[in-house]
Design a protein around this ligand. Sequence first.
Ligand code: C2O
Ligand code: CU
Length: 440
Amino acid sequence: MITRRHFIATSAVLMAVPKLTFAKAPFELTAAPVSMSLLSDNDKKTDLWGYNGSTPGPTIRMKKGEMVNVNFENKVNQPSAVHWHGIRIDNKMDGVPGLTQDVVKPNQSFDYAFTVPDAGTYWYHSHNRSWEQVERGLYGALIVDEENPPHVDHDIIVFVDDWSLNNDGTLNKDFENRHDQAHDGRLGNFAKTVFEPASPQIKKNQRIRLRFINVATDRIFPLEVSGIKGKVVAYDGMPLGIPETIKDLVLAPAQRIDIIADTIGEVNIDLLTSDGPHHLGSLGVEGEAPIRDLPIEPLESNKILSPNMKNATKLELRMEGGAMSSRMMMGGMMTGNVWAFNGQSGMSEKKPFHRFKQGETAIIDLVNDTRFAHAIHLHGHHFQPLDNNESGMLRDTILLEPEEKQKIACVFNNPGKWLLHCHMLAHQASGMKTWVEVGT
Ligand code: C2O
Ligand code: CU
């Protein structure tokens, strides 16, 4: 049983105060070791790290436009920092050690204060040694409610995760395995969903919102969800202009999908594998509500600038390296520089991928010149995939299959230094990261 404290933003008492200037009492977020029963066998506890005593950490829930203060305290024995994934945040609050802040050493703290400009499903996670710290459990959901949220009977977060466990239930601590890094990353031998709330009392025909978040370090989850009839309404937090039918659900690491649907039976979530479906979790349905069959409307839109395609800067981001590549033959395996973008492995302090003028639109050719899939994430912005995107979705993380190419357009309007990396954290650990700078 996973227990966690809930922190629900309430602003009712301060109705008269303009939302944007009101800072709530600070929210305490403490990273520390936790012991959890992940396996159904209760004697086998898994030694993990969590926030406020559990993993996933507490859900931080806010209203669009609201400001939050988070006092982060580090009680694990490694330096850490908290990144607010997908939020178009003030750069100095982005939580990237070495780029936007210093690491928060053990027993030290850091105060984050930021506003959330967009409604949607986001998450927070450690951004120091993330391939280890996220795997150990340092993550949680950050939910930003719409000004007028759609009516649903149940609003449920569905964390999708895998863990690499030893036979006795303890976590495998080989976080920097070179073979994993050069292939598909660290793939767990145990996978399941974690629901928040843990056991909602759902009736048949009720309307539910499912907010899927892939918090796994490296695994791509192709999913099948049965027992519902509905639509996909958002990707990576950003609403679709026209909700899509639910088919071919794929969640790359860090990606989110929001579904609004009516239940037609027990809700089952399966991971599709080459050996057939693998059950991840289910939501029981008891009793019956009257059939309403209301249409599923688009969510209220977030205000993202559309790209200026005519004057766009054209760039290419080429993914290179991995097992069986020439980079590996040339010593990448020895030095840990397994992956590269445009020939550069790891961060170069002086040389970002690109320096943008504020408001500049870029069209970037993402070229996966490797035999492995990658999940490319840009901090502080959402971008628009240009291929096969009739619904006009916006993303903060995009999946590229082996040897795939995709074009994206992005308006770089958020000043500061922003990381651009593979969210397969074993790939990030072994060189697949760079950064961009947006001027003021
Ligand atoms: Cu989810 Cu660079 O982060
Ligand atoms: Cu990758």
